[in-house]
Design a protein around this ligand. Structure first.
Ligand SMILES: C[S@@+](CC[C@H](N)C(=O)[O-])C[C@H]1O[C@@H](n2cnc3c(N)ncnc32)[C@H](O)[C@@H]1O
Length: 271
């Protein structure tokens, strides 16, 4: 994997000048510059996405000098996990939630830089070797009375984020998308992506939708060989995220109407 195009000092200068500008009042930058909002809930935890980072590390090498973007980093736990798994990587976390950003900025890790989610900030530190958008490209819970996803979280919103992230991912880079409402397979850039299926890790506990907003999948949850409700399963894996491969999978609502997408893939390699 190609190492960063500019040297360390150039990179730090670029990143810190951005941090100064947005660091004073996180979340209050000029309207129009931020990336449109996706998931509003900022829940996160250490270890939550670790298994996927380890899997990406098997591809790109954990000792490589990578640039990593955590899109929707919340209070920064995902960035700290990245820093542990990739000891020579520089990690950029972006978010829109002012409280979460303040916490993340206070982590003060030498290889983690946290910024407001603007196209400029993301591009200033890119392109990246790894981009994760985990539990971000969705809206959960859906507003009461939502009949199809199209009004609450239109496919165009997902597509715009995928285009933004794709533009900042290097060829050969790894894109991680977990708990998205839509399929990467339906995005315009999909022809450039191949699934990475080294380990069987599930792709989340939110059902997936067709681009027109109609429901496409339901999810089967299992733990220790027994079928579970979603809430039981979430409680069980929260005690040990490493066991998340034990196990959930998407099933088509009506395979005759809509199917043929990769239902349970989280990591993708860009060609
Ligand atoms: C549920 S948290 C996920 C945190 C972490 N990625 C994880 O998996 O634990 C979703 C986060 O996405 C953020 N988010 C939503 N839209 C965003 C955008 N356009 N750019 C950056 N972050 C965004 C939210 O503010 C929230 O903090």
């Amino acid at each position: 994997m190609a190492v960063a195009a500019c040297n360390e000092m150039e990179w730090l200068v670029r990143v810190s000048s951005k941090e100064e500008r947005i660091g004073q009042v996180p979340g209050t930058e000029a309207p129009g510059l931020t990336v449109p909002q996706h998931q509003r809930n900022a829940h996160t935890a250490r270890g939550r996405n670790l298994a996927y980072m380890v899997q990406a590390g098997k591809r790109l090498g954990v000792e490589s000098e990578l640039r990593i973007l955590s899109f929707g980093c919340s209070s920064g736990e995902e960035c700290l996990d990245f820093a542990d798994v990739f000891p020579r990587a520089r990690i950029v976390g972006v978010d829109l939630n002012a409280k979460a950003l303040q916490k993340a900025q206070a982590l003060d890790h030498p290889r983690v830089h946290v910024m407001n989610s603007t196209e400029d900030n993301i591009a200033a530190s890119g392109p990246y070797d790894i981009i994760f958008a985990m539990n971000v490209l969705c809206l959960h819970p859906l507003p009461p009375g939502t009949e199809t996803l199209a009004s609450a979280y239109p496919f165009a919103l997902f597509e715009s984020a995928i285009q933004l992230l794709d533009a900042q991912l290097k060829p050969g880079g790894v894109l991680g998308i977990y708990n998205s409402h839509y399929f990467l397979d339906d995005a315009e850039v999909f022809a450039h992506y191949a699934p990475i299926a080294d380990d069987h890790l599930n792709n989340g506990w939110l059902p997936k939708y067709r681009p027109d907003g109609e429901l496409a999948t339901r999810i089967v949850f299992q733990f220790d060989g027994q079928l579970r409700s979603r809430d039981e399963w979430l409680a069980l894996i929260a005690t040990d995220y490493a066991r998340r491969k034990d196990e959930a999978w998407h099933e088509w609502i009506d395979p005759d109407v809509y199917s043929g997408r990769f239902t349970d893939v989280t990591l993708w390699e860009k060609s």
